[in-house]
Design a protein around this ligand. Structure first.
Ligand code: MN
Length: 437
C-alpha cells in the first residue's frame, strides 16, 4: 500500500490531514493509557488507532496476521516476525478503514473505503485514543543493537579531527559499511532522562587517567531501522532479499561520551563511551510509507563488491533537525538541519553486510545509521562536529554557549518527509541530561 508522491488522499479522522501522521504515514508504536497494559497502535493525527481493539473486533480477519491477537503485545516483535505480506495486508486494511473516500492515489490499486469503524460509535470510542493521553513505550524488544558509521561527511570530519586531516578516511571505509555491535539493554524510548556517565579519561597533558563524570557529553543524530523476520544462523541475507527484513525506521540519538571514547577506543573501537544510553523515537515509519521519498544514494566510488550491490534507489529524502534547549530556555534553538539522503552506505547494505558472515538478524533488532552529517557546517549531526572539537562554541538565543552538553540540557531530534500535499513525519526523540551519580 504505497501512496503516490502527489497523493491527495485524506482521512475521516480530520486531525490526520495536515499533520505529520496523515493516512499516508500510519507509523506503528506501542502505547498504554490510564493504567491499561501496553499494546500496538498506529498514530493518526492527534489520535492513536488501537490495533488490539480492531483485532478484537474482527477487523483483521481478512488479513494475513491470523486469529491470535498479535497486537495485544507490549512490543512489535511478533508482528515484525510475520513478514512483509502481513505488514502490507494490515496497512491496506487500515487505509480502507481510515480513508475518507475511494482513492486511486495508491501506486498499486484503487482503495475502497471500509466504513465499519467510521459508522460504529462504540468501536470508535474503543479504538481511537487521544494521543496526548497515552504513554509511549519502546517499539520493540531490541535483542541486538548495531551502530554504523555510514556518513562520509561525518567519517571525514571525525577522521580529520582525530587522525590525519590530509587522509581522514581509512582505506577500508569505501569498501565496508563500518559498524560495531553495540549494547541493547540501554536502548531507551524518547523522554527517558539521560544520566551523565562516568568513566576513565585522560587529558592530553596528563600522565595518567582519572575516573569521573564525562565532561564531553555529545549527541549523534541518526536514523535507525528495525528488522523483520530472522535469517537462519549461518545463512547470509542476499542483496535481493534485504527489503524482506526491513520493517521500518525511527529517529535515534546515540548519546556519546567523547572524552571516555577518545581514551578507550583504540584499538577495538567504541565501548563504554557509547553504551550508556541510546534513545529512539516511539513511532516506527514503515518502508511502504517512506517509498515515495526514495532517492538515489550518493554514487559509490570505487564500486562496491558484488555482495553489496542492490537494485533501485536506497536513499531516503528525510529532513532532520536537532533542537537544543537548556534549563533556562523555554524553547529550544535549532542547531542542525540535515537530510538522510546524504548517507553514503544504505540501510540495505548495512543489513546485507552485517549478515554476510552468517550472523542471525532477529525481529526487532535496531540498526543505527551512524551520525547523519551533511556537506555544510550547519548540517553536522553531532556537537563535536558543529563546535569542531570545542573550538567553535554554539551561541544560543538565551546568551549561553555550548561546546558539549550541560546537565539540564534537553536535546530534541525531529524528522519529516515532505510531499506536495502531505508529510510523513517521524515525530521526535528527546532526552534531558541529568547529573552523574
Ligand atoms: Mn552512533
Amino acid at each position: 500500500m504505497i501512496f503516490s508522491k502527489d497523493s491527495r488522499a485524506t482521512s475521516w479522522v480530520e486531525s490526520a490531514n495536515d499533520s505529520q501522521y496523515p493516512i499516508q504515514n500510519l507509523p506503528y508504536g506501542v502505547f498504554s493509557n490510564s493504567g491499561s497494559s501496553p499494546r500496538v497502535g498506529v498514530a493518526l493525527g492527534d489520535q492513536v488507532v488501537d490495533l488490539c481493539a480492531l483485532h478484537e473486533a474482527g477487523l483483521f480477519s481478512e488479513t494475513s496476521v491470523g486469529s491470535e491477537n498479535v497486537f495485544a503485545n507490549d512490543a512489535l516483535n511478533d508482528f515484525m516476525a510475520m513478514g512483509v505480506e502481513a505488514w502490507r495486508s494490515v496497512r491496506r486494511q487500515l487505509v480502507a478503514l481510515l480513508i475518507a473516500e475511494r482513492t486511486t492515489d495508491a501506486c498499486d490499486v484503487a482503495i475502497e473505503p471500509n466504513t465499519t469503524l467510521r459508522e460504529d460509535a462504540g468501536l470508535r470510542e474503543k479504538a481511537l485514543v487521544t494521543r496526548a493521553n497515552v504513554q509511549m513505550h519502546l517499539p520493540s524488544r531490541v535483542g541486538n543493537f548495531v551502530d554504523f558509521y555510514s556518513s562520509k561527511e561525518h567519517a571525514t570530519n571525525i577522521g580529520s579531527m582525530f587522525r590525519d586531516p590530509s587522509n581522514p578516511l581509512l582505506p577500508n571505509w569505501v569498501h565496508i559499511p563500518i559498524g560495531y555491535n553495540g549494547r541493547s539493554s540501554s536502548v531507551v524510548v524518547s523522554g527517558t532522562d539521560i544520566v551523565r556517565p562516568s568513566g576513565q579519561t585522560k587529558a592530553d597533558a596528563a600522565e595518567s587517567p582519572t575516573f569521573g563524570p564525562c565532561r564531553l557529553l555529545d549527541i549523534e543524530l541518526e536514523i535507525g531501522f528495525l528488522t523483520g523476520p530472522a535469517n537462519k544462523l549461518g545463512s547470509p541475507i542476499p542483496a535481493d532479499k534485504a527489503a524482506d527484513h526491513l520493517f521500518g525506521m525511527v529517529l535515534v540519538n546515540d548519546w556519546s561520551a567523547r572524552d571516555i571514547q577518545k581514551w578507550e577506543y583504540v584499538p577495538l573501537g567504541p565501548f563504554l563511551g557509547k553504551s550508556f544510553a541510546t534513545s529512539v523515537s516511539p513511532w516506527v515509519v514503515s518502508l511502504d510509507a517512506l517509498a515515495p521519498f526514495r532517492v538515489a544514494q550518493p554514487k559509490q566510488d570505487p564500486p562496491v563488491l558484488p555482495y553489496l550491490r542492490t537494485d533501485g534507489d536506497w536513499g531516503f529524502d528525510i529532513d532532520l533537525r536537532v533542537h537544543l534547549k537548556t534549563a533556562t530556555m523555554s524553547e529550544g534553538d535549532t542547531i542542525c538541519r540535515t537530510n538522510f539522503k546524504y548517507m553514503y552506505w544504505t540501510i540495505a547494505q548495512q543489513l546485507i553486510h552485517q549478515a554476510s558472515n552468517g550472523t542471525n538478524v532477529e525481529p526487532g533488532d535496531l540498526y543505527g545509521s551512524g551520525t547523519v552529517s551533511g556537506p555544510t557546517p550547519d548540517s553536522y549531526g553531532s556537537l563535536i562536529e558543529l563546535c569542531w572539537k570545542g573550538t567553535k562554541p554554539i551561541k544560543l538565543s538565551s546568551g549561553e554557549e555550548r561546546k558539549f552538553l550541560a546537565d539540564g540540557d534537553t536535546v530534541i531530534l525531529s524528522g519529516c518527509c515532505h510531499a506536495p500535499n502531505y508529510q510523513v513525519g517521524f515525530g521526535k526523540v528527546c532526552g534531558t541530561v541529568t547529573p552523574a551519580r
